[in-house]
Design a protein around this ligand. Structure first.
Ligand SMILES: C[S@@+](CC[C@H](N)C(=O)[O-])C[C@H]1O[C@@H](n2cnc3c(N)ncnc32)[C@H](O)[C@@H]1O
Length: 212
């Protein structure tokens, strides 16, 4: 199997398209995760109230993040929230719109997951970390790459740190198929945009979009 790194999917236009996908009827994942977080954010914040550092991997548009940050803010303790994403403009725009919070300092981390793995161990010792990886982002990886990444993440963390992982379970195959083949064809545009972006990065038209 030949694969492309997930980063090529998420230039600014790709993120825009992904955001549109999350609002389609067929893409049940975002709706479901928002429902769960609306119900569980307070309990999650309570569980992680001693974690001073909150880090979101692949933060994107921060739609779900607001639910979590509001719950943490209400605890009345100081937190620092780091939003890591590979897309700079999304980080700047989303962070400008989400705040301010009374007890939460907001920080953008512009880089890849790999950059995040290098950065995490440099955070002050003794500050327990709560990592959020939402949006079934792990689904962009092969099973082997997911396993490798989780092991890599584990080694960047310390005992007492926590991981909040948002991912789909075994679901109705037809529903899953519809979620990734939405009627308006936005997912198809999203994937093709990844190839356009790859051509741009490579500086040559390696992928002919008409072939896909
Ligand atoms: C599936 S979206 C999820 C967005 C958001 N967390 C949500 O739950 O809706 C994946 C996000 O991860 C970012 N991303 C993808 N690959 C990445 C990588 N290798 N390093 C850092 N961010 C990445 C994308 O820019 C995008 O914002």
């Amino acid at each position: 199997v030949r694969t492309l790194p997930t980063v090529v999917l998420y230039d600014s236009h790709g993120l825009d398209l992904f955001d549109q996908i999350t609002y389609t009827d067929d893409y049940y994942l975002t709706r479901t995760e928002i429902d769960i977080l609306a119900q569980e954010s307070d309990a999650i914040a309570q569980t992680c109230q001693d974690h001073r550092v909150l880090v979101e991997l692949g933060a994107g548009a921060l739609r779900k993040t607001r639910l979590l940050l509001e719950a943490f803010d209400q605890l009345g303790r100081p937190f620092t929230y780091y939003a890591l994403d590979v897309d700079h403009s999304a980080l700047v725009e989303s962070l400008a719109q989400i705040g301010p919070f009374q007890n939460i300092n907001l920080v953008g981390l512009w880089g890849t997951y790999e950059d995040g793995m290098v950065y995490l161990p440099t955070l002050p010792n003794g500050h327990r970390k709560c990592i959020w990886w939402l949006g079934s982002s792990m689904g962009n990886f092969t099973p082997q790459a997911s396993e490798d990444f989780l092991l890599r993440l584990q080694s960047a963390l310390e005992p007492g740190d926590a991981l909040l992982l948002g991912t789909d379970g075994p679901n109705n195959p037809k529903a899953i198929h519809r979620a990734y083949h939405d009627a308006p064809g936005i997912t198809a545009d999203f994937i093709l945009n990844g190839l356009t972006h790859a051509n741009h990065i490579l500086g040559q038209p390696l992928f002919n979009l008409a072939d896909f």
